[in-house]
Design a protein around this ligand. Structure first.
Ligand SMILES: Cc1cc2nc3c(=O)[nH]c(=O)nc-3n(C[C@H](O)[C@H](O)[C@H](O)COP(=O)(O)O)c2cc1C
Length: 391
C-alpha cells in the first residue's frame, strides 16, 4: 500500500524520494521534513560533513496547501555542496583526465576518483566493484553511502504524520547503548548523553569508531495489524526487514528479542488477565506489542544493532586494486559514530511499515475514510475486549 523509492548519490545534485500510497488529507509541510532531517544530521559522533551540509528540502508533488492529495509524493533534498562536485558527478560525459587536475579544486585530493582503488572493508566498495565491474569505488560508494537515509527520513516524516492523524500512533526513538555506555546504567538522560560524548571524543582521539543499539517504540498502534496467515503478512517480519534494510544495521529484535533465549517460558510471555473493570489486559510487554505477527495493542518495541562506522580515520588493511599490493583503505571524511542519526532513520522505517499496514487494514483513499474505518474497528475491538464474545 504505502511504499517508497529513493534515488540519488551521496555527492549528486540531490536526493529524490517517491512515496506512493499515502491517502489524501494528511497534513504535512516542508518544515516538518526539515525538522526531522535536522535530527538525522546532528547527534553525538557526527563529524564535519554534517556541519556544512544543510538539507534544503522541496516537496515537488503530491501535497497541495499543506495536505496530501492521494497521488505520489515526490520530495527533493538538495546537496548544498554540489558546486564542488558537479564535474566529478556530472551525468553527462566529461574529459576524465580533468578529474585530477585543477578542474575541481575544492574536492579534497583523497576524495578524487583516482584515490578510490583501495576498497574499505565493511563497506560495499570491493563487492560493488567486482559485481558491477567498476575500476574504482566511486560508483559504489556514491549510492551505498548512508546519505540515502536522508531520503528515507523525508518519507518517514509523512508516514509519521499520517499515523498520528489517523490513529494517534506516535513513533519515539532513542539510543539505548553507545559503545559500552548503556542508558540503563546512567541515572538520567543528561548523564547518558555525557557518557556518550566522552566515549565519542575518546574514540575519535584513538582513531576509532563506535556502534550501538537503537530503540524505536510505537505507541497507540491499533490492534490487528498484520497476520499469522502467511510469512509475508506478519507485522514483525515486515518491521525487521525494513529496519534491517538500513545501512550498517546488523541485528533487529522485537520486544525482549535475544534476551528470550535465556528466559523461561513462564516469564517470557505476557499473561492475559482481567483489569478492574473486567476487560482483557496484559501485565507485561515482553512480546513488544506483536503476537503471531499481529499487533496486540501494546507498544510496538523494536531494537536494532548499528555497527561501528567502517571508515576509520587511518584506513583499515586492504588491497590496492591497481597495484595488487597491501595498503590502507581510502578514508573519506567520516563520522565517529552513526548510532544517533541511525535511531532517527530506524523510526522512519518503523513509521513507513506501520503506515503500510494501517492502509492495508483500514483503506487507502482518504484520511476521512480511514479514520471512519479505524473508529469502527476500535469500537468492535473494545466491545470484544470489555464484554467478550459468544462462543
Ligand atoms: C545514518 C548513517 C550514517 C552513516 N555514516 C557513515 C559515515 O560517515 N562513514 C562510514 O564509513 N559509514 C557510515 N555509515 C555506515 C555505512 O553506510 C554502512 O556501513 C555501509 O554502507 C555498508 O553497509 P552495511 O554496513 O549495511 O554492510 C552510516 C550509516 C548510517 C545508518
Amino acid at each position: 500500500m504505502v511504499h517508497y523509492y529513493t534515488a540519488g548519490e551521496s555527492h549528486g545534485s540531490k536526493l529524490v524520494t517517491l512515496l506512493e500510497g499515502v491517502p489524501a488529507g494528511v497534513e504535512v509541510q516542508t518544515d516538518d521534513i526539515v525538522l526531522e532531517l535536522a535530527k538525522r544530521r546532528l547527534g553525538t559522533g557526527r563529524g564535519d560533513r554534517q556541519k556544512f551540509e544543510k538539507d534544503a528540502v522541496r516537496i515537488v508533488a503530491g501535497v497541495i496547501h499543506g495536505k496530501t492529495i492521494g497521488s505520489p509524493i515526490a520530495i527533493e533534498i538538495e546537496n548544498s555542496e554540489w558546486h564542488k562536485w558537479d564535474k566529478i558527478m556530472s551525468p553527462d560525459p566529461y574529459d576524465s583526465s580533468a578529474l585530477n587536475s585543477q578542474l575541481q579544486p575544492n574536492v579534497p585530493k583523497k576524495e578524487r576518483s583516482s584515490q578510490l582503488v583501495k576498497p574499505r572493508p565493511g563497506h560495499a566498495d570491493l563487492e560493488g566493484m567486482l559485481k558491477y565491474g567498476f575500476a574504482t569505488a566511486r560508483n559504489v560508494l556514491e549510492r551505498a553511502s548512508a546519505r540515502e537515509t536522508a531520503a528515507r527520513v523525508a518519507a518517514g516524516t509523512v508516514a509519521k504524520k499520517f499515523l498520528e492523524q489517523v490513529c494517534g500512533t506516535t513513533v519515539r526513538y532513542q539510543v539505548v547503548q553507545f559503545g559500552a555506555c548503556k542508558r540503563q546504567d546512567a541515572t538520567d538522560d543528561n548523564e547518558f548523553m555525557q557518557l556518550c560524548e566522552n566515549a565519542a571524543l575518546d574514540a575519535k582521539k584513538r582513531g576509532e569508531t563506535i556502534g550501538g543499539i537503537v530503540q524505536v517504540i510505537a505507541e497507540d498502534v491499533p490492534r490487528g495489524l498484520g497476520s499469522y496467515a502467511t510469512g509475508k503478512t506478519r507485522l514483525d517480519a515486515a518491521l525487521s526487514a525494513s529496519v534491517m534494510s538500513i545501512q550498517a544495521f546488523k541485528g533487529v529484535e522485537i520486544g525482549d528479542g535475544f534476551a528470550l533465549a535465556t528466559t523461561f517460558g513462564t516469564e517470557a510471555h505476557d499473561h492475559i488477565v482481567l483489569d478492574e473493570f473486567g476487560a482483557l489486559t496484559r501485565t507485561s510487554n515482553h512480546a513488544g506489542g506483536i503476537e503471531g505477527g499481529i499487533s496486540n495493542g501494546m507498544p510496538v518495541v523494536v531494537r536494532a544493532v548499528v555497527k561501528p562506522i567502517p571508515s576509520v580515520p587511518g584506513g583499515l588493511p586492504t588491497i590496492n586494486m591497481q597495484t595488487r599490493t597491501e595498503d590502507s583503505a581510502h578514508s573519506q571524511r567520516s563520522d565517529t559514530s552513526a548510532v544517533f542519526p541511525a535511531s532517527v532513520v530506524a523510526s522512519s522505517m518503523v513509521a513507513l511499515t506501520l503506515a503500510d499496514f494501517v492502509c492495508s487494514k483500514f483503506g487507502s483513499d482518504s484520511l476521512e475514510e480511514i479514520t471512519a474505518n479505524f473508529k469502527a474497528h476500535q469500537l468492535r475491538i473494545r466491545n470484544l475486549v470489555e464484554r467478550g464474545v459468544d462462543v
